[in-house]
Design a protein around this ligand. Structure first.
Ligand SMILES: Nc1ncnc2c1ncn2[C@@H]1O[C@H](COP(=O)(O)OP(=O)(O)OP(=O)(O)O)[C@@H](O)[C@H]1O
Ligand SMILES: [Mg+2]
Length: 507
């Protein structure tokens, strides 16, 4: 074995019934480097790193850690070898404190009693070491996702991890949180910890990584030196073809005479006096920092959260949806931010997931029009390039990004007048992003729908919206017409109502 590498995966193959998730993949991780792992949805990234933790047993291949060769890992072996993984959905217990989560499964004890004080002391030390301000006593549910993730990182460090693997760590974070996470990750690299970093955001890859490993369709494509590679080259290696434009062009299709959605002085769910209009054929972008109240607004419009006052109109007619079911019936659809938690039914097939809202509509019918369902599902599989051997495949067997595409397909199939997209391309690869933008364009341009799009990606917000409304702390702070789009101005509006900078607060 080479002295140089702390971890080597050799000729890894993983087969599932009908799918070869990994074919002869090789990975070498050096001490103290950040190796980015990139590839389209379903390329095999998560499967590969799960081989390192013992969550997946490779069909064949070798795993070499610290000079020792293994056919497969177990969670215990991985821990003994200093391998820690931060998965996309962390397994924390919301009702326990940060300290208790840090020592979950291996509490410090005094005799037979759990020593809470000692755990809090040790947790404080671990947070201190990472220079993050978390009170060890704070309950997990009271921490933002960003801080919850920090607890996960602290846990890995506390367990003396030498190899830290992160699966799309930035996906649920706000831009300020992403910055803090980067600082922590960079500090860990300085301390000699080796990191595998999975992300769909190429700017992050350039900012953080030393080398980049590209997977495509379960196969190893290439490992590049980050400083010597170019974005276009990476995209081509991932997608297998050239992608020149980021946002597909859209014709002028706004019909100002038709207001599809109007909300007047909407108050509730943390928002105050929100008034806005979305016209037929228009994409209205909703900008702001995470926590600005955008998802909360979407939930109110969709009847998933109660509003205290204000009015809502669909095509000029006052509506008052009190449940999502009623909202769907009035022609409103919501593609939620956390698609996995809100809506993906993991135990049923792709086809049934796509047909879900339609399903509910027909729930009184005992015979479901299966042919039509298959056709609908097939259409979205094709449009969004959902990677699966069969539409009858269970949701849980799809890669993270492909599950998102299925949920997106479901809401598009619901055939609504107004579609609210909450972070539509989060966790979705570059090629599929473009396809989703094309679908959004078609919805407004060809089908005359109205779209309300929440996006924390500034480029996407400006690239796709016809108009942008900015929220901050539950209030509307600005509105920009297309010709006024400007990143600094949007950021200013986004932080207008804020009293203190998030990072300075100790939570
Ligand atoms: N338990 C399983 N049963 C069947 N197929 C599976 C299973 N787990 C993963 N797969 C398949 O293996 C392939 C690779 O999936 P993986 O989750 O590793 O992709 P990924 O690169 O992490 O994608 P994403 O960017 O969407 O998270 C996919 O085609 C997926 O459907
Ligand atoms: Mg994945």
């Amino acid at each position: 074995m080479s002295e140089e590498y702390v971890l080597q995966l050799e000729h890894i193959r993983k087969e599932y019934p009908g799918v070869v998730a990994l074919k002869d993949v090789t990975l070498e991780l050096r001490k103290g480097e950040i190796l980015a792992l990139i590839g389209e949805n379903g390329a095999g990234k998560s499967t590969l790193i799960k081989c390192c933790s013992g969550a997946v047993i490779p069909t064949s291949g070798k795993i070499i850690v610290n000079g020792k060769e293994y056919d497969s890992m177990t969670p215990q072996l991985a821990a003994e070898n200093g391998i820690a993984i931060i998965y996309q959905e962390f397994n924390n217990v919301k009702e326990l404190s940060a300290a208790e989560n840090l020592f979950l499964g291996r509490p410090i004890k005094k005799g037979i009693v759990v020593d809470k004080k000692a755990m809090e002391r040790e947790a404080a030390k671990a947070f201190e070491q990472l220079r993050i301000k978390i009170n060890p006593k704070t309950l997990m549910k009271d921490l933002t996702v960003g801080y919850q993730q920090m607890v996960e990182i602290a846990k890995a460090i506390q367990q003396d991890a030498k190899i830290l693997i992160m699966d799309e760590p930035s996906a649920p974070l706000t831009s300020a949180e992403v910055e803090s996470m980067f600082r922590v990750v960079e500090r860990l690299r300085k301390e000699g910890i080796s990191i595998i970093y999975i992300s769909h955001r190429l700017e992050e890859i350039y900012r953080l990584s030393d080398r980049i490993l590209v997977l495509r369709d379960g196969e190893y494509v290439k490992t590049l030196q980050t400083s010597e590679s170019h974005v276009q080259e990476l995209i081509k290696l991932m997608v297998g073809r050239e992608l020149t434009e980021t946002y597909p062009p859209r014709g002028d299709c706004i019909d100002k005479s038709q207001v599809v959605l109007e909300v007047k002085d909407l108050t509730g769910n943390g928002d105050e006096n929100i008034s806005l209009k979305v016209h037929k054929g228009e994409i209205l972008g909703l900008g702001g920092l995470v926590g600005a109240g955008r998802t909360e607004l979407a939930e109110m419009i969709f009847g998933a959260a109660k509003r205290q006052s204000g009015q809502m109109f669909i095509n000029g007619k006052e509506v008052n949806p009190k449940t999502p079911r009623e909202a769907i019936d009035t022609g409103i659809a919501l593609v939620p931010e956390d698609r996995k938690r809100h809506g993906a039914m993991l135990g049923i097939s792709i086809k049934d997931n796509i047909n879900m809202p339609i399903y509910e509509k027909n729930s009184t019918l005992s015979v479901i029009n299966s042919k039509k369902e298959v056709a609908t599902a097939e259409k979205y599989r094709e449009n969004m390039a959902i990677k699966t051997p069969s539409l009858h495949q269970l949701m849980k067997n799809l890669s993270g990004g492909n599950q998102q595409k299925v949920i997106l397909g479901r809401w598009l199939a619901a055939n609504s007048e107004l579609i609210i997209f909450d972070e539509p391309t989060r966790g979705i690869d570059v090629g599929a992003k473009y396809e989703i933008y094309k679908i959004m364009n078609d919805l407004v341009e060809k089908e005359g729908k109205a779209i309300l799009m929440i996006s924390s990606e500034m480029e996407e917000l400006m690239g796709m919206s016809d108009r942008i409304v900015v929220l901050s702390e539950g209030k509307m702070t600005g509105e920009l017409a297309k010709e006024e789009f400007n990143q600094e101005v949007i950021m200013e509006f986004a932080s207008e109502a804020r009293t203190s900078i998030e990072e300075e607060k100790t939570v």
